[in-house]
Ligand binder design. Structure first.
Ligand SMILES: NC(=O)c1ccc[n+]([C@@H]2O[C@H](COP(=O)([O-])OP(=O)(O)OC[C@H]3O[C@@H](n4cnc5c(N)ncnc54)[C@H](OP(=O)(O)O)[C@@H]3O)[C@@H](O)[C@H]2O)c1
Length: 352
C-alpha cells in the first residue's frame, strides 16, 4: 500500500516538530511538505536537530508550494500547528485550493481556531474576529477518547490543559459520580508556551520555580466546559488554576470534586478503568501518575483517590504529544481509515 502524503503547517514550531517526528515514524504516512512562513527553502534539520538522522535533506516549503501540493494530491492529511488567529485563514485558503482542484485533504487543527462552534464564541474568548467563520461547521472538537467517530470532515483538537482535564473529569461526570463543580490544578512544562521566548515563559524565569498564572480565568476554561458538556450532557463549573512547572515537556492535572454518593478509591479506579476499557492510550494506575513515565509518548496515565465525599483524579500527559500532535494523529488515523493506534504505540523514553 502506498503511503498517505501528510502536510504540516506551523513549520518551525514545537508542535509542528512533534507532528513531524510522529509522521516520520508512521508506517503509512509520509511527509509531503512542511510549511514555514519564516524559513522556506531552509533545511528542516536546522530547526529540529534531534530529527536530523531521519530527515535527509528535507526543506521547509512556502505557502504557495503547500497550496500546489494540496491541489495536486488526491488525498492528504494536514496537521495545522500554526498560532490561533493565523490557523483558520490559512486552513481556509488551503481548503479553497483543494476544492478548486477537486482534491480531498483531511485537516486536524491543533490550534484553538476551530474549537468553538460559532465565531461569536471564539471571539468572546480570543478577543479578535474568527479568521474563517464559514468553515466552523466543517470541524468538531473532542479528544479522541470522548467521541468515537468524526461527525465532520475535519477535527479540532482540544488544547493540552484541556486534554488532561477532560481525560480526568469526563468519566466522573458521565457516571454521575460527582456534583458538577470541579476544582482543577494543572502544571505545564515550558514547551506549552511555544518556541519564541518571552518574558514570563523564558527558561531562566521558569527553571527551578513553580508558580500559578491566570487563576480561574484561563482561556481553556470555556473549551473544557464545552467539551465536557458535549461528552457527558452535563454543564459543569471548572475552577481551573494553571501553573508553570520547571520542566520542558509534560502536564500534570489534579481534578478534585464532591462525590454524589460514597465511593472508595477502589471503586473510583474501577469506574475509570471501565470508562477507558476501549481507549488504548489511557492507562489507569494504582500509583500516582508521573510525567517522566509518559513524556515523548501518546499515553495518558490516570489515577484516583477518594476519602469521605472528596474524590481526586490525577492525569499526566505529554503536552506536545497526547495534548497536541499525538492526539491529532489519533484523529488523523481515524479520518484516513487507519486504526487510531497506527504509528503511536511507542513507549516513553523514561528519565527524560
Ligand atoms: N505547545 C503546546 O504544548 C501546545 C499544545 C496544544 C496546542 N498547541 C497549539 O498548537 C499551535 C502551535 O503551538 P507551538 O507551541 O508549536 O507554537 P510555536 O512554537 O510558537 O510555533 C508556531 C509556529 O507557527 C508559525 N507561524 C505561522 N504564522 C505565524 C505568525 N503570524 N506568527 C507567529 N508564528 C507563525 C511559526 O513557524 P514558521 O515561521 O516556520 O511558519 C511558528 O514557529 C498553537 O496554536 C498552540 O496554541 C500548542
Amino acid at each position: 500500500m502506498s503511503r498517505i502524503p501528510i502536510l504540516i503547517l506551523g513549520g518551525t514550531g514545537y508542535v509542528a516538530g512533534e507532528a513531524l517526528r510522529l509522521v516520520l515514524g508512521h508506517p503509512q504516512f509520509e511527509v509531503a511538505g512542511i510549511l514555514s512562513d519564516s524559513q522556506p527553502g531552509e533545511p528542516v534539520a536546522k530547526s529540529f536537530p534531534h530529527l536530523a538522522p531521519v530527515l535527509g535533506d528535507l526543506r521547509f516549503v512556502s505557502e504557495a508550494e503547500i497550496m500546489t501540493l494540496v491541489a495536486t494530491l488526491p488525498v492528504s492529511g494536514v496537521f495545522a500547528a500554526a498560532p490561533h488567529g493565523v490557523s483558520a485563514a490559512l486552513i481556509d485558503r488551503l481548503l479553497g485550493a483543494a476544492e478548486a482542484a477537486g482534491t480531498r485533504p483531511r485537516v486536524v487543527d491543533i490550534s484553538a481556531d476551530h474549537r468553538y462552534p460559532t465565531a461569536e464564541a471564539y471571539a468572546a474568548v480570543y478577543k479578535h474576529p474568527h479568521g474563517a467563520p464559514a468553515r466552523l461547521a466543517e470541524f468538531s472538537c473532542a479528544v479522541p477518547e470522548h467521541l468515537s467517530a468524526a461527525p465532520t470532515p475535519h477535527i479540532a483538537h482540544p488544547g493540552c490543559f484541556a486534554t488532561a482535564t477532560l481525560l480526568a473529569s469526563v468519566p466522573l461526570l458521565a457516571a454521575g459520580l460527582v456534583t458538577p463543580t470541579l476544582f482543577v490544578s494543572g502544571v505545564t512544562g515550558s514547551t506549552g508556551s511555544g518556541r519564541k521566548p518571552v518574558e514570563g515563559t523564558h527558561h531562566p524565569t521558569r527553571h527551578s520555580d513553580l508558580y500559578s498564572y491566570n487563576a480561574l480565568v484561563h482561556r481553556h476554561i470555556p473549551e473544557i466546559t464545552a467539551c465536557a458538556a458535549a461528552a457527558t450532557g452535563v454543564t459543569a463549573d471548572f475552577a481551573f488554576v494553571p501553573h508553570s512547572g520547571p520542566f520542558a515537556r509534560g502536564i500534570h492535572a489534579t481534578v478534585q470534586a464532591t462525590l454524589t454518593r460514597p465511593a472508595d478509591t477502589a471503586a473510583v479506579l474501577a469506574a475509570l478503568r471501565t470508562f477507558y476499557a476501549d481507549s488504548p492510550f489511557v492507562r489507569v494506575t494504582d500509583g500516582a501518575p508521573r510525567i517522566k513515565d509518559i513524556v515523548g509518548s501518546n499515553y495518558a496515565t490516570l489515577s484516583a483517590a477518594a476519602n469521605g465525599r472528596t474524590v481526586v483524579v490525577m492525569c499526566a500527559i505529554d503536552n506536545l504529544t497526547k495534548g497536541a500532535a499525538g492526539g491529532a494523529m489519533q484523529w488523523m488515523n481515524r479520518l484516513l481509515g487507519l486504526p487510531e493506534t497506527t504509528g503511536l504505540t511507542h513507549s516513553a523514553t523514561g528519565w527524560t
